[in-house]
Unconditional design. Structure first.
Length: 148
């Protein structure tokens, strides 16, 4: 936020620019052993959406793209075990650049993470948590975590 705000005033004066905020799929789904991480990511979503809508309301030509990747193979998530393979850094970087070029509101990786919000809103919470925890194993992904 501090970095974006350092440039936002000049972008507004020029009526041009783009802000890209990197969050995580942890902003879409709670996960045991990730409470502090998840809250920081959830807050980025709210700030990004508010900033994007504010720029739209002010009729400023400033895009805001919010990136929500799953686990990325950077070492930060060493030991994570997930049914969804860790994302490759180069592929993530390329998708982010394409998202900015298209002025995408969200860049979500992998694509199937798009359904999390839909199913969380549609299903009873007890069923959603059972499915995510027991069937998908999401709540156990951090059991062997040893990353940074």
């Amino acid at each position: 936020m501090h970095i974006a705000l350092a440039f936002l005033s000049d972008m507004m004066d020029q009526n041009s620019g783009h802000i890209c905020n990197i969050t995580s799929s942890a902003s879409l789904i709670s996960n045991p052993k990730m409470a502090v991480y998840a809250v920081s990511k959830w807050s980025v979503i709210g700030w990004s959406d508010s900033l994007r809508l504010e720029m739209k309301h002010l009729k400023k030509n400033i895009g805001v793209t919010t990136v929500k990747p799953c686990y990325i193979s950077t070492g930060m998530f060493d030991g994570v075990r997930s049914v969804i393979p860790l994302l490759k850094t180069e592929k993530v970087a390329n998708k982010i650049i394409k998202g900015i070029e298209k002025n995408s509101i969200f860049v979500i990786m992998p694509w199937n993470v798009n359904f999390v919000r839909f199913f969380r809103g549609l299903l009873p919470i007890w069923f959603f948590e059972w499915f995510v925890g027991k069937v998908m194993g999401v709540y156990n992904t951090m059991e062997h975590f040893k990353g940074r």
